[in-house]
Write a protein that binds this ligand. Sequence first.
Ligand code: TYM
Length: 407
Amino acid sequence: MAGETTDSTTLQTEAEVEQEVTPWTVQAGKRGIDYNRLIEQFGSQRIDPALLKRIEQVTKQSPHRFLRREIFFSHRDMQLVLDNYEGGKPFYLYTGRGPSSEAMHLGHLIPFIFTKHLQDVFDVPLVIQMTDDEKFLWKDLALDEAYRLAYENAKDIIACGFDVKKTFIFSDLDFMSEPQFYRNVLKVRKCVTFNQVKSIFGLTESDSTGKIAFPAVQAVPSFSNTFPQIFGDRADIFCLIPCAIDQDPYFRMTRDVAPRLGYLKPALVHSTFFPGLQGPKGKMSASDPNSSIFLSDTSEQIKTKIQKHAFSGGRDNLEEHRKHGGDTDLDVSYQYLTFFLDDDAKLAQIKEDYESGRMLTGELKQVLIQVLQELVVQHQERRKSVTDEMVRQFMTPRPLNFDAARK
Ligand code: TYM
């Protein structure tokens, strides 16, 4: 594939431990996930201070904590999106969810929180793809169940606060009957060989043809004319995709194909992984309940999970801890606070207190418990108020209200 690095998704870290990041597997090397190596290998760009400054200038707001703290750390063509936006050209946002479980976990929330922020600051339309077809193909899941989960998960996504006038959520099973969707899927499939799918996604001859054909389905929402109800037949509206870096392979493929179809390459902004409770090195996974805090957990469950399972960067005993302090790079509770505690000064104070030994692991965990209990309870309240009628509205193909002046 020309122009982008796509050869393999497996690499050796300095410690010669294999790190693997694909949309279906995230395996850390011995020292955790080496994000610099991922940038190099995937061929994306780091979000550097100059770009942060530019985002601040264009949005006239200080950057979101996910940007300030390098949680969204990598991008493709973000400058181009900003240049176009400043020049009065429109863009839209595209993100998604593979509905494989009833409850989403805190990690799944990260791209949606950031997407909501981008929708608010740029005032742009958003499409959200629910890949029930993908989960049917990859998991031991009946088609009807995957479809039901798409609608269940849509409620959690709506509860993030998206603007119904600017947001379209769709299940692939529903939307595949839209002729323009299938036409674009076919155009992408014609350009991508089996060899390319094998090398980009690590698929093999023994994988089902469903899996081999699927990537085109995740690719095409990047092209504006896939959504005639929103953009008419215009294929020239820029797309920006927020996601964790595990989804990048889909969009490397998309960016390679786009110019051959006369379409724009989508821009991307990538996040690191919200880690599992057992250690800061991996990603939170829905298949291990003890590694994850779910949006459906009770306050009591959150407390117990953090107290019992959150990996501590503290020392073995009180005396040692007071003397040497804790390690915030290793401490999962501290790492979680970097994602969810917005107050920079408070976070810096906690870091200082913990690293100096003034703050104990139990005290740090208590701060986190409070922050997460509040976050999850508020989410659950908003989710309760999401009615079936609201879901229907969000999931009906329709014109969205986007800035006509920018057209
Ligand atoms: P899924 O359901 O695996 O994940 C949904 C979104 O959450 C991100 N994510 C995480 N982010 C931070 N920390 C974690 N531990 C973590 N785990 C998952 C994923 O990167 C994703 O952004 N095939 C996709 C669905 C999809 C999609 C898209 C995602 C379709 N079109 C466009 C992003 C953009 C999937 O199964 O996501």
